[in-house]
Design a protein around this ligand. Structure first.
Ligand code: IPE
Ligand code: IPE
Ligand code: MG
Length: 263
C-alpha cells in the first residue's frame, strides 16, 4: 500500500491501527517503588517489550515503533548509560533469532555514530537477517531525536538536490526521514504518566492519535494495549475536515458499495 503524507492527502483509516508508536517510560520509577536499582526496571522493561511484539503481531498491527534511548538520555548518570548500552547489546544478541523465527523485521532509527562499533555491527546484522520478514516491523529508536531526524533529512536533501535549495517541499524531504519505509503512526502510546513527546517522532506524529497511561512500562501489557486501541477506535480522525464532511463521505461510500454489491 502506498505511503501517504497526512498533510498532503487524507490517509485511509482502519479500525485496527496499522502503526503504533510507543514511549516506554517508567522503568526507573517501577524499580524505585520496589527498592531496586533503576537498572532493574530497564531489565524488566525488556520483558514487557517482548510481550508487546507478540501482542502487536497477534492483532495484525504492521508496525511497532518504540523509543528505547533518546538523544537526550546521554545526560543520565554514566553508569546508567553504560548499563543501557550493555543491555541493548545483550538483548540484541539473544533476540535477533527469536524475532526472525517470529517473522518480525527489525529496524533501528537514530544516530548510530555514537555507539560502540560492535553494537553497530550487531544492529546491522539484526537488520540484515530479518530484512525479508513482513509480519511486523519492529523499529527501535536508539539515540534518536525528532529534531535530529529532521535535520539529518534536510542535510541529505541539500546534498542530493542543491539546485532546488530554497524551494524544497514536504514531499522532497519525506524520503530522507529515517522512517521513510513506514506509514505515519496511527496511535501513539506513552506509559509512565508523563504527557509529552520528549523529542520522539516530531514530523511523523503530525496527525497521530495520542494515548497516555499512568501504568509504568514494566507493567504495560496486552490488555492495556487493547484499552488504547479501544480508545483509538472511538476517535474521529478528521485531518482538518469537519464532522459533517466525514459523515457525508461515509454515506456516499456506503451507497457506492451497495451499488457495486447489487451490480
Ligand atoms: C524509560 O524509563 C527508559 C529509558 C529512558 C531508557 P525511565 O528510565 O525514563 O524511567 P523513569 O521515567 O525514570 O521512571
Ligand atoms: C523518553 O523518556 C525516552 C525513552 C523512553 C527512551 P525520558 O524519561 O527520557 O523522557 P523525559 O526526560 O521524562 O521527558
Ligand atoms: Mg522517564
Amino acid at each position: 500500500m502506498a505511503l501517504v503524507s497526512s498533510t498532503q492527502e487524507i490517509p485511509e483509516v482502519r479500525s485496527v491501527p496499522r502503526h503504533v508508536a510507543m514511549i516506554m517510560d517508567g522503568n526507573g520509577r517501577w524499580a524505585k517503588k520496589r527498592f531496586l536499582p533503576r537498572v532493574a526496571g530497564h531489565k524488566k522493561g525488556v520483558d514487557a517489550l517482548r510481550a508487546m511484539v507478540q501482542a502487536c503481531k497477534a492483532r495484525n498491527i504492521e508496525y511497532l515503533t518504540v523509543f528505547a534511548f533518546s538523544s537526550e538520555n546521554w545526560r543520565r548518570p554514566a553508569d546508567e548509560v553504560s548499563f543501557l548500552m550493555g543491555l541493548f547489546y545483550s538483548v540484541l544478541e539473544t533476540e535477533i533469532e527469536r524475532l526472525h523465527g517470529n517473522e518480525v523485521r527489525l529496524k533501528l532509527i537514530g544516530d548510530l555514530s555514537r555507539f560502540d562499533p560492535r553494537l553497530v555491527e550487531l544492529i546491522k546484522r539484526g537488520e540484515e537477517v530479518t530484512a525479508g520478514n513482513d509480519k511486523l516491523t519492529l523499529t527501535v529508536a536508539a539515540n534518536y531525536g525528532g529534531r535530529w531526524d529532521i535535520m539529518q533529512a534536510l542535510n541529505a536533501l541539500c546534498q542530493a538536490h542543491p539546485e532546488k535549495a530554497g524551494n524544497y517541499s514536504e514531499l522532497d524531504l519525506a524520503p530522507f526521514l529515517s522512517m521513510a519505509y513506514a506509514p505515519e503512526p496511527d496511535l501513539f502510546i506513552r506509559s509512565g504518566g508523563e504527557q509529552r513527546i520528549s523529542n520522539f517522532l516530531l514530523w511523523q506524529l503530525a496527525y497521530t492519535e495520542f494515548y497516555f497511561t499512568d501504568t509504568l512500562w514494566p507493567e504495560f501489557n496486552a490488555a492495556l494495549l487493547d484499552a488504547a486501541i479501544d480508545s483509538y477506535c472511538h476517535r474521529e480522525r478528521r485531518f482538518g475536515r469537519t464532522s459533517e464532511q466525514l459523515n457525508a463521505a461515509e454515506k456516499s461510500q456506503n451507497a457506492e458499495s451497495l451499488i457495486s454489491q447489487n451490480a
